[in-house]
Design a protein around this ligand. Structure first.
Ligand SMILES: Nc1ncnc2c1ncn2[C@@H]1O[C@H](COP(=O)(O)OP(=O)(O)OP(=O)(O)O)[C@@H](O)[C@H]1O
Ligand SMILES: [Mg+2]
Length: 322
């Protein structure tokens, strides 16, 4: 049984022109200790997918379908029951670590309050746990760091502290939404190595969300590509990056700086992703797709298996011989 099993997840949000679907019929699963990457252009529904797992959707937003976590149906839990799951079994870090950190409160207080909110332990045990957590995320001199304020740390160190808070209650799943986008490349590499180490040492399942496929190549086991709220392709990382089959995935990969260095012909994706509430009929990607046929305007693509764990949502499958 996978740790996380999402089936036909649809997220509906309220917009000024009525309700609209930000995530549409999304299905994926994640095993313990596995890292999945979710990629796609801005607005493809990556964050809304994550927030529906945390049950933190915007006001009037709601999720339908099924989200099973350790066999438990998350959408069926009461708000009260969910408070035990969020932060405890499923934790999340954000692009801006200050989303998780209060700027005016000492690191020690932030960590120990979070630990004691979820676990009935003494202040002294919480202090020891906080020291251990800062050591786990490789903050130099954890004892002094506990006495400091968030503003005294660099962006990379703040993200490590946010990860420490997320790990405080030994979650089984860590969701990282653009965790390194705001950081420079060397600091980014350190955070990615840390996530990889945590998965191995703690058997932590990790969901990494990014618009940058390059970030995922060395870190993830599997990748799912989203477009306009739906999956277009998913597969084992090396399979998907070496042998992308959906024109959208191919476009994203060709746009990576490394693709141009290798001298391959660049395949750019013309046009812009659709606005929420204006998703094209049939295959949502068809207006931008160089391979689209008339049938793509009306037929909603279904999953086509390419190989074990590699599937695409494109009946035209145009890149099969390229
Ligand atoms: N609070 C909100 N109310 C209404 N619509 C929203 C809200 N937040 C996001 N959206 C819309 O929902 C869709 C999906 O947004 P989401 O934030 O999940 O995209 P994303 O893939 O995470 O993009 P990015 O890479 O920019 O973070 C977008 O069209 C976005 O404009
Ligand atoms: Mg986002």
């Amino acid at each position: 049984m996978p740790l996380l099993d999402v089936e036909n997840l649809t997220v509906t949000l309220a917009t000024s022109s009525g309700s609209a679907q930000a995530v549409r019929n999304l299905s994926f699963s994640l095993d313990e200790g596995e890292i999945i990457g979710i990629a796609g252009e801005s607005g493809s529904g990556k964050t809304m997918t994550a927030l529906s797992l945390m049950r933190l959707l915007p006001h009037k937003g709601f999720a339908t379908g099924s989200i099973k976590f350790s066999g438990k149906d998350l959408l069926a839990q009461t708000n009260r029951a969910y408070r035990d799951i969020r932060g405890n079994q499923i934790a999340m870090i954000f692009q801006d670590p200050m989303t998780s950190l209060h700027p005016m409160i000492k690191i020690e207080t932030q960590l120990t309050e979070h630990i004691r909110h979820h676990k009935k332990i003494s202040q002294e045990s919480a202090h020891l746990k906080a020291l251990e957590l800062l050591d786990t995320v490789k903050i130099p001199d954890p004892a002094s760091a506990l006495e400091a304020m968030p503003k005294q740390f660099s962006g990379g160190m703040r993200q490590r502290i946010a990860i420490a808070i997320a790990l405080a209650c030994d979650p089984k799943l860590l969701i990282a939404d653009e965790p390194t986008t705001a950081l420079d490349v060397t600091v980014q590499a350190g955070i990615l190595r840390l996530l990889d180490q945590l998965r191995r040492e703690k058997n932590l399942a990790v969901m990494v969300i990014t618009h940058d496929l390059g970030v995922l190549s060395s870190l993830t086991d599997r990748i799912m590509i989203m477009y306009a709220g739906s999956e277009v392709e998913s597969g084992l990382t090396s399979d998907l990056l070496k042998n992308p089959r959906h024109p959208y995935t191919k476009g994203l990969i060709s746009a990576l700086p490394t693709s141009s260095i290798s001298g391959k012909k660049l395949l750019t994706i013309e046009g812009m992703p659709p606005e929420l509430g204006q998703i094209p009929s049939g295959c949502a990607f068809h207006p931008r797709c160089a391979y689209a046929k008339t049938s793509c305007e009306s037929q909603i693509p279904t999953s086509i298996s390419i190989s074990t764990k590699h599937r695409i949502f494109c009946p035209v499958n145009p890149l099969v011989s390229s």
